[in-house]
Design a protein around this ligand. Structure first.
Ligand code: TXA
Ligand code: MG
Length: 344
């Protein structure tokens, strides 16, 4: 049975958080909210505790975890050295949705980093996450708290639907904020490289440290990505998802064709787009005028489609500006790369 602690994120440390932190100290796994998505946390110094994360998620053991900290002092023990550009980024973006990959120090459990010589670290911008880490007084290894392959959880209910009975506990602090995972940035090279687009955009990083590159594997399927997790199929709803790059009329045409073939059809759009489509289910993720709201609701909507027993889902595409980059990265993975492009 999974223990469910409900907390109010506006309040200070409460007994529920103390208990959850104690369970982490006892090498149990506990899910908790961050500003991006819910994480599934365990003591980063314990191989045994970290093994429980991989077990519960069904996560491939070659996919390393992000270590979450609540103070920069904790970072000093985890990493070998902190390069100057990383220091500048820490000042500018922590706490926040930016994960830094650095050369690892001593002491963290081997399975956290899947045998790599680097470690991914971030300081979440969420009072509940920070309180649990501080109370546990440990760095906490935490991947997203979903079963491997499913969309990351943005509500406690998502975590329970995937992991109830498989984890010791969950701290329910309400919906997360950003809705997509953190940006993963490799800081071990002279020019830092984005390994996974996320809550902090390339433009924001470049404003602070100048040139930043993007892992070429993110744009080209033929290359092996530098972040192990990026190669796995992810976020996919049960029905086959296609991205449609074109007008609403063109997307509706795809819907008509699928219906004519006897299929049950869903459409993923924004609030503004809803009136443009006649399908079995039309679900909006946020508003077209604010991509941050699209990001916020995307995983919830992808999970929602699973309730309708659909055969196929057609999704609008989004601008790749700012957080749109992360939105399109996740949608492209959820679609297994299948884009239907309108010939103009
Ligand atoms: O927002 C987030 O980052 C959430 C919350 C819970 O903090 N966490 C999250 O963790 O998304 P996860 O495990 O689902 O994704 C971690 C990503 C994976 O793609 C993994 O391969 C990559 O980070 N990663 C971890 N350690 C790495 C390393 N040393 N080098 C390169 N990539 C690494
Ligand atoms: Mg994940």
């Amino acid at each position: 049975e999974t223990k469910n602690w409900i907390v109010d994120k506006e309040r200070e440390i409460v007994p529920q958080i103390e208990e959850a932190a104690m369970w982490i100290r006892e090498n149990e796994v506990v899910a908790f909210p961050t500003e991006t998505v819910y994480g599934l946390g365990a003591n980063a110094y314990s191989e045994e505790a970290v093994a429980k994360i991989f077990q519960a998620k069904g996560r491939p053991s070659d996919n390393p975890l992000i270590v979450h900290i609540a103070s920069v002092v904790q970072l000093e023990r985890l990493v070998d050295e902190i390069p100057l550009h990383a220091k500048i980024l820490i000042d500018a973006f922590w706490p926040g949705p930016l994960t830094l990959v650095l050369n690892k120090g001593e002491g963290i459990a081997e399975n956290v980093t899947a045998g790599l010589s680097t470690v991914a670290v971030r300081m979440p911008d969420h009072p509940v996450a920070l309180a649990i880490i501080s109370e546990a007084d440990l760095p906490i290894a935490a991947p997203s708290a979903n079963v491997s392959g499913k969309p990351s959880p943005t509500l406690a209910a998502h975590v329970l639907s995937d992991l109830n009975g498989k984890i010791a506990g969950i701290v329910d602090g309400g919906p997360t904020g950003v809705g997509l995972e953190s940006t993963v940035l490799d800081c071990t090279t002279e020019v830092p490289m984005i390994l996974r687009p996320g809550g902090v955009t390339r433009e924001q990083l470049e404003k602070v440290i100048g040139n930043v590159v993007v892992d070429p594997a993110l744009e080209d399927d033929g290359q092996a990505p530098k972040s192990p997790g990026v190669k796995y199929k992810h976020y996919a709803p049960q029905a086959k998802l296609f991205l449609v790059d074109g007008t609403a009329a063109f997307l509706q045409e795809q819907v008509e064709n699928a219906k004519a073939a006897g299929k049950k059809v869903g459409v993923l759009t924004t609030i503004e787009g809803v009136p443009n489509y006649q399908a079995d289910v039309v679900l909006p993720s946020g508003t077209a005028t604010d991509l941050a709201t699209v990001a916020q609701h995307l995983y919830e909507v992808l999970r929602k489609f699973d309730e309708y027993d659909l055969d196929v889902i057609y999704s609008e595409t989004f601008s790749e500006e700012a957080v749109g980059k992360a939105i399109m990265n996740r949608l492209t993975k959820a679609a297994g790369g299948d884009v239907i492009k309108e010939q103009l």
